[in-house]
Design a protein around this ligand. Structure first.
Ligand code: ADP
Length: 716
């Protein structure tokens, strides 16, 4: 039993919280290293871009507009660079259209025609203005000429270009030659909302989405043709710049529609719009991100420990949840989560756990095999198999041992005299031996036994084809088993012991004590000769009765144990009855009783003359004994189709219905019977008739009499 428990303990999986945390921490460290090492960057970029493209923030009507120097404008007005006078007119037109400020995305770094430059300077001075500044190849600033405002209104036009050539962020400020300039889009946004802070070192991450679809724009040529811009520019920060093909002023941004890059000034306009409506995209802080990575790494461990296994479907659901959470965070809070890091943490964590579990399973399966082999008594000593080949060898060994034991068990079961039935947890028969089938009369099944056990308890006895079968039911693991034992002989012996005890303690005691009493009377008292004779006769009668009782009892015993060695042959029933009636008539006469008979000749049965005589004597004797003086008894021998019938009819007191059940039992006497007797006569009749293969019928009416009919198989 201990061995079994030990095996079960080995097979079970104990969950250790410490291990879960350890694996999650290792997964977090691996993920963090991959992240810092830049391995996740491509994934991060792709995930961020997908998130940006698939979220749909509806911008309010953000006060930003663009005046674009597009291909058509160039075709109408002339090739770039445009004369400063034209640019001045463009700015004036925008201002007169109500522009809140002008952000000019054109480099005005050197003077040209003084007259035109003066006009441009005048137009610029007319209201709030931002001018573009760029970094040259040497890393120095290309600043607007001082006559246009110089460094005062300058803002940088650079975006941070990623390894894939896509611009995703803009530096809030850029530093060169000891001069820090704000980003052009940020400065343009501040034309409308001066509260927006300029924080050095911060990267702006606009969503770039509002342009080009949502920012109102007007072609430069149209604005020059119809100054004021048709009211589109009123109250807006107006960004003026080139979008014409081939101008070189283009940026590829994450939300660029298709492979074509978004034209330059529109990117700045879009970024300004994002900044103005608070739609800058934030990233999670590094510590918060790391914590989330740890949570992601811990989740597969929790599932594994709780559910015992991590199904791929659960992992897929978790990954989908990460994607949805990322999209929701971006949509709701402009927060871009490092989704790939979360996913990697989760996958690494799950993979580490599976690896760990499979190593452990390998180790434990080895030990389990070793244990099983020892349990099954393999004489070959096998160490815990470590390699797959060693495990296979051990498994084969185990198979041989188990098969050998199985064969031995089968032989044992087949050779057993007791029946064995086992069933599994489904109630299906697992084992049934031939003895069980033989005892039950057919192959027993669990319901046969279980139904009886429910009613009678775990051990009970049933009568199966005249045999007493004792059934004991046990639980066996999740199933159960029943042992079947033939206890007929045991019970018979027990019954005999009881009968003998009863005979000695009850039936013999009374006559013996009356004999002793009569003896004492003779011994003590001087009786006259008549009285003496009477007492002696009483002694004789009681002694005879006693002897008869003992003889009958012994006969019964002999009959019951089937050891009767009576000579058997054809018996003419009519003749035998006639013979017995002659003797019985003696006692009938003494009581003025008459016996009439109707005996058919030639009715022959096969059996013992002596035993059949006992049947006749008992039945006719009872009829006479219980019918009272002067009554008549009719006896008949008849022949039916297959049976020879002996009919004994009296007109005595009859037998009550409730007595019929016990009438043929040993020592049974109908309560209230006054006539003396042992209660063995009808038991003898019954056993003799059964021994001859016949049966008895009784027809009786209280107060009218009884008719006993013995039916015996007739000989032809
Ligand atoms: P015994 O006659 O020695 O008492 P039996 O076995 O022959 O034992 O009969 C059992 C009981 O059946 C009797 O005690 C009696 O009460 C009842 N009995 C048997 N035969 C008759 C009968 N013909 N009429 C009425 N009662 C009978």
């Amino acid at each position: 039993m201990n061995e079994v428990r030990r095996l079960t303990a080995l097979a079970s999986h104990a969950s250790v919280a410490g291990r879960d945390i350890g694996i999650a921490a290792v997964a977090t460290v691996i993920t963090a290293a991959m992240w810092l090492g830049g391995w996740l960057d491509p994934l991060d970029r792709a995930a961020g871009d997908i998130a940006l493209r698939s979220t749909h923030r509806q911008p309010n009507d953000v006060p930003v507009a663009a005046v674009v120097i597009d291909d058509r404008s160039i075709a109408e007005i002339g090739p770039l660079p445009w004369p400063r006078g034209v640019i001045a007119r463009l700015i004036s037109a925008a201002r007169s259209g109500g522009a809140a400020g002008i952000a000019l995305d054109l480099l005005l770094i050197e003077p040209t025609d003084p007259y035109a430059d003066a006009a441009l300077a005048g137009a610029l001075d007319d209201g709030p203005t931002i001018l573009a500044a760029a970094l040259d190849r040497d890393g120095g600033w290309l600043l607007p000429d001082p006559r246009f405002g110089g460094v005062r209104d300058a803002a940088h036009v650079h975006a941070e270009i990623g390894a894939d050539g896509v611009a995703r962020t803009i530096s809030a400020t850029k530093q060169a030659d000891g001069l820090s300039l704000p980003a052009f889009s940020l400065a343009a946004a501040r034309l409308i909302d001066p509260e927006i802070p300029i924080e050095p070192g911060v990267f702006l991450r606009p969503d770039f989405r509002p342009a080009p679809e949502r920012v109102p724009r007007i072609a430069a040529a149209d604005l020059l043709d119809a100054p004021r811009g048709g009211g589109q520019l009123a109250g807006r920060a107006v960004l003026i710049g080139v979008t014409a093909t081939g101008s070189g002023d283009r940026l590829v941004v994450p939300t660029s529609p298709g492979p074509a890059p978004s034209p330059g000034v529109l990117v700045h306009a879009s970024a300004a719009a994002s900044i103005l409506r608070g739609g800058l995209i934030h990233r999670q802080g590094p510590w918060a991100a790391l914590l989330c990575v740890l949570v992601a790494a811990a989740s597969p461990q929790v599932v594994r420990s709780r559910a015992g296994s991590l199904r791929p479907s659960a992992l897929i659901i978790a990954l989908v949840a990460i994607v949805l959470a990322t999209l929701a965070a971006l949509e709701l809070w402009n927060l871009q989560l490092p989704a790939p890091a979360f996913a990697v943490a989760m996958i690494v964590s799950a993979a580490l756990r599976e690896g760990y579990e499979s190593k452990r399973a390998q180790r434990e399966s080895g030990r389990l095999l070793q244990s099983l082999l020892r349990h099954h008594g393999s004489e070959v000593e096998i160490g815990a198999p470590r390699s797959a080949v060693a495990r296979l060898t051990a498994l084969r060994r185990l198979q041989t041992v188990v098969l050998e034991q199985d064969a031995a068990r089968r032989t044992l079961l087949e050779g057993m005299r007791d029946g064995v039935l086992m069933w599994n947890n489904q109630g299906d028969t697992a084992v049934v031996n031939p003895a069980a089938t033989e005892l039950w009369g057919r192959e027993p099944r669990r319901p046969d036994i279980a139904d009886l056990a429910d009613q009678r308890g775990e051990t009970f006895t049933v009568d199966r084809d005249g045999r007493d079968v004792e059934v004991s039911v046990f639980a066996l693991g999740d199933g159960g088993m029943a042992l079947l034992r033939d206890v007929t002989a045991e019970r018979e012996l027990e019954r005999k012991r009881r009968d003998m005890q009863r005979l000695v303690s009850h039936e013999l005691k009374t006559p013996l004590s009356s004999i002793a009493g009569f003896g004492e009377t003779l011994e003590r008292y001087e009786l006259d000769p008549d009285e003496q004779r009477r007492v002696a006769a009483l002694i004789r009668r009681e002694s005879l009765r006693l002897g008869e009782m003992v003889a009958t009892f012994l006969d019964l015993e002999r009959l019951g144990s089937d050891r009767m060695s009576q000579p058997v042959g054809p018996v003419d029933l009519g003749e035998l009855v006639a013979e017995r009636l002659e003797i019985l008539a003696e006692s009938a006469r003494a009581r003025h009783q008459t016996i009439t008979s109707n005996l058919r000749a030639g009715v022959v049965v096969r059996g013992s003359t002596e035993l059949l005589a006992r049947v006749i004597d008992n039945l006719v004797g009872n009829a006479l004994k219980y019918s009272g003086n002067g009554s008549s008894v009719e006896v008949a021998v008849e022949r039916d189709t297959d049976t020879a019938n002996l009919v004994v009819r009296d007109h005595g007191p009859g037998i009550p219905d409730e007595a019929r059940r016990h009438l043929f039992e040993r020592f049974y006497r109908v309560p209230g019977t006054r006539e003396s007797g042992s209660g063995l006569g009808l038991a003898v009749v019954n056993e003799v008739v059964e021994w001859h293969g016949g049966c008895i019928e009784l027809d009786s009416t209280i107060g009218a009499g009884s008719t006993f009919t013995v039916l015996l198989p007739a000989e032809d």
